[in-house]
Write a protein that binds this ligand. Sequence first.
Ligand code: NAP
Length: 194
Amino acid sequence: MRKLTYFVACSIDGFIGDPKGDASSMYQFVTEEFLDFLKTEYPETVAAGGREALGFQDLENRRFDTVVQGRGSYQLALDTGVTSPYGHLREYVASRTLGESPDPNVTLITEDVPGAIRKLKAEDGELGIWLCGGSQIAGELLDEIDELVIKTYPQVYGSGMPMFGSDFAVTDFALESVRTFDNGALVRTYSRKR
Ligand SMILES: NC(=O)c1ccc[n+]([C@@H]2O[C@H](COP(=O)([O-])OP(=O)(O)OC[C@H]3O[C@@H](n4cnc5c(N)ncnc54)[C@H](OP(=O)(O)O)[C@@H]3O)[C@@H](O)[C@H]2O)c1
């Protein structure tokens, strides 16, 4: 069984972006030490443009071979003319409005998103599935999430786009590891308690 991992950047108070989802205030924390961590442990989570700029393009995927995005998150790439932001992974995008996939590497999920994810999780393979976000799709997939990797940057947003766009419900996770960075960033890994 492959794991679905929500690997996401957020503020101290659990927002993944401003009310519209913009997380650009967090970029300043992606310093040399943090980049080194990404390069060693999660190089596949850097999108195409960044991979090229950072010289990551020949790095092997370490944790994931598949990425799942909501159309809201994918739209950020489309708006810059990029149809396959994670071409080094199998890309799945949930959308009822796109109609047809803009890219041969992108498979649309148009209905029963949890069912589609369960099928991906049931496939054989050593690498896992990265749930990229955003908030709405993460809320819909909360029951399917096996692991959280939360990059927390030392900022409070007060309000904004929550990590999960879902109704109140308590879901238990166990802390597996915490990594701290000189700039105050934290990366916490939690596994789902089932
Ligand atoms: N901080 C981070 O690490 C991080 C990571 C990722 C994203 N983000 C931010 O998150 C924001 C986007 O989040 P969001 O909550 O607005 O959108 P989202 O969750 O990325 O996407 C929502 C869209 O997914 C589709 N969808 C949702 N449920 C579906 C279902 N059951 N069946 C089929 N399609 C479904 C719909 O697309 P259609 O409208 O096409 O039907 C819906 O509009 C972006 O601004 C981005 O910056 C932040």
